[in-house]
Design a protein around this ligand. Structure first.
Ligand SMILES: [Zn+2]
Length: 198
């Protein structure tokens, strides 16, 4: 039997979330239906606050709350402003920060590409990245993209694209398992990959 339209509509919306398919989406909806009025209202207000309170840092593209146009990392003058680390997504920044071994700045690329088709590449922040890398303060650009097949293709593309900007370009060194993702690596592995960058 088909779901009532208001349930089906939400399943369609939740199915668009990363890694969520229709079955998981349906489980989410039935979970929502079981919530008390209070819990439900709290969830709804948290979601509306998200759009109202969160700003995206104009330098690294990390979401933040507060005054100004840049996040607390980009605005922190005690960090090593000669290093720029390119990562795929927000959770990779958190993973690297958790190692407490990296004191430079970041740039969130916004994804990876499996092919070098124009349409795919346009999904990444390549123009913004080039502009950022050009900033004279940076002496080293660290490409810290996940060592997956797509990540490798993206790293090669970035190395080629950034080459002409005459900066030292390094990538994460040993330790990270092939096909693995930064956010799932333990802190020690990620620290050693950062330290052994080449
Ligand atoms: Zn920032």
């Amino acid at each position: 039997m088909a779901y009532p339209p208001s349930i089906q509509k939400l399943i369609d919306l939740f199915s668009k979330f990363p890694t969520v398919g229709p079955r998981t989406a349906a489980r989410f909806i039935f979970y929502l239906l079981k919530l008390s009025k209070e819990e439900f209202d709290k969830l709804i207000s948290s979601i509306s606050e998200l759009k109202n309170k969160i700003k995206i840092c104009k330098l690294c593209f990390y979401p933040f709350e507060g005054e100004g146009e840049v996040c607390s990392i980009c605005g922190d003058q005690t960090r090593d402003r000669s290093l720029l680390c390119i990562i795929e997504k927000e959770s990779d920044l958190t993973a690297i920060e958790n190692t407490k071994k990296y004191k430079g700045l970041y740039f969130i690329l916004g994804g990876t590409v499996s092919t070098l088709k124009k349409a795919d590449i346009e999904k990444l922040r390549i123009d913004k990245l080039k502009e950022r890398v050009k900033s004279p303060e940076f002496k080293e650009i660290i490409i810290a993209i996940n060592p997956t097949t797509e990540g490798e293709a993206t790293t090669l593309y970035l190395e080629r694209t950034l080459q002409s900007l005459n900066k030292k370009i390094t990538r994460l060194g040993r330790g990270l398992p092939v096909g693995g993702e930064l956010e799932y690596a333990d802190e020690e592995t990620l620290s050693s990959a950062l330290e052994s960058r080449k």
